[in-house]
Design a protein around this ligand. Structure first.
Ligand code: ATP
Ligand code: MG
Length: 366
């Protein structure tokens, strides 16, 4: 008989107190379910802790996620309610399954953006971005990097509160001029990965999340990820085509990065962030903030504090509550439940009309 059966876990409730209602996510690290507390009727999200590769003990990646989530209590960060486990019985060979229990959020941003019936006004886009950057301001102030910014990891409740989610790749960082950090480079989904990571930086910091915020901001208008690279090399090429060539002139010190010599870097590319996005974004302040988020040199990229003070958030139309718009949509929208957003090169003609499916889901826009 396995020892775990005898363990009591006094602060770890039985997962059976929740009744699973539907599967809402399938991540690299496990499944996510919508569930209801049988007693209190509270609706939650249950994220299964994947134990498959564990011979014994609790996976260190899940422990890190839990530790970070317990530290980060903020309106714009997903709230971890508790950890639960199933009982060890002969039927599961005395192996418990552990779940992270979160407050339920009705939508994720990828799901909302892939549904053409969901229309954001400029004021509503400002509210989304303000909450997103406020969440980043909070985690960065607490010395945590998210490291996996993308629309599917941004949750929005039906009352319009945005929550950063998925801290499965997050870690603590320390700022030091000497570069104490030797962090792993293999983070951030390719399409949202900043140039410093693609060039092998291992001493990165909060600017990596700000780049992701820029990609997501553009997506609020284009409705599809703006740089859909197929390989790391291709991603760098797409970045240069939009943000200009990566050179020591625009980014002093870039030559010291590990892959600067080995990655092919397009020469003579002009910066076209504002030019290419103005077909979608009419607001000058929005274009200006986006330009500052998608800055190649991470040391010059706008940080969360300065971004919150940007005129974008302080000019008419002011950020406007999302609850009204969301009240028109009574079914949950998640990336997992939406048809796949197709990959492909950026449409050569940015004025091209969106291609729509009969079911009103965008295929490609930008
Ligand atoms: N609290 C929540 N409320 C509602 N939906 C949630 C919640 N947490 C997660 N989800 C849904 O489940 C999906 C996967 O969750 P999460 O990103 O935390 O898992 P993951 O396994 O790390 O995923 P991936 O590796 O694909 O990023 C999210 O994109 C979201 O759609
Ligand atoms: Mg995720």
């Amino acid at each position: 008989m396995s020892k775990t059966e005898d363990l009591e876990f006094p602060f770890c409730d039985d997962a059976n107190k929740y009744e699973k209602l539907a599967k809402i996510g399938q991540g690299t690290f496990g499944e996510v379910f919508k569930a209801r507390d049988r007693k209190t009727k509270q609706i939650v999200a249950m994220k299964k802790v994947l134990m498959e590769n564990e011979k014994e003990g609790f996976p260190i990646t899940a422990l890190r996620e839990i530790k970070i989530l317990q530290l980060l209590k903020n309106d714009n960060v997903v709230n971890l309610v508790e950890i639960c486990r199933t009982r060890a019985t002969p039927y599961n060979r005395f192996k418990s399954t552990f779940y992270l229990i979160f407050e339920f959020c009705e939508h994720d941003l990828a799901g909302l953006l892939s549904n053409a019936n969901v229309k954001f006004s400029l004021g509503e886009i400002k509210k989304v971005m303000q909450q997103l950057i406020n969440g980043l301001y909070f985690i960065h102030s607490n010395k945590i990097l998210h490291r996996d910014m993308k629309a599917a990891n941004i949750l929005i409740t039906k009352s319009g509160v945005l929550k950063l989610a998925d801290f499965g790749l997050a870690r603590a960082f320390s700022i030091s001029s000497k570069g104490a950090g030797r962090y792993t480079n293999r983070v951030v989904t390719l399409w949202y990965r900043p140039p410093e990571l693609l060039l092998g930086d291992r001493n990165y910091g909060p600017p990596i999340d700000m780049w992701g915020a820029g990609c997501i901001m553009a997506e609020m208008w284009t409705r599809t990820p703006i740089m859909q690279g197929k390989t790391e090399q291709h991603q760098l090429q797409l970045i240069s085509q939009l943000c200009g060539s990566i050179t020591v002139e625009v980014w002093p010190g870039v030559e010291k990065l590990e892959f600067f010599g080995t990655m092919e870097l397009a020469q003579g590319q002009k910066r076209k962030v504002k030019d290419r996005l103005k077909a979608y974004i009419k607001d000058q302040y929005a274009l200006d903030m986006l330009d500052k988020l998608l800055t190649l040199d991470p040391s010059k990229r706008i940080d969360s504090d300065n971004s919150l003070n940007h005129d974008f958030f302080w000019t008419d139309p002011m950020p406007c509550d999302l609850s009204n718009m969301l009240s028109k949509h009574t079914t949950s929208m998640f990336e997992y439940l939406a048809p796949p957003r197709r990959r492909g090169p950026i449409a050569p003609n940015p004025n091209q009309r969106p291609v729509q499916n009969p079911d009103q889901h965008f295929e490609r826009v930008f």
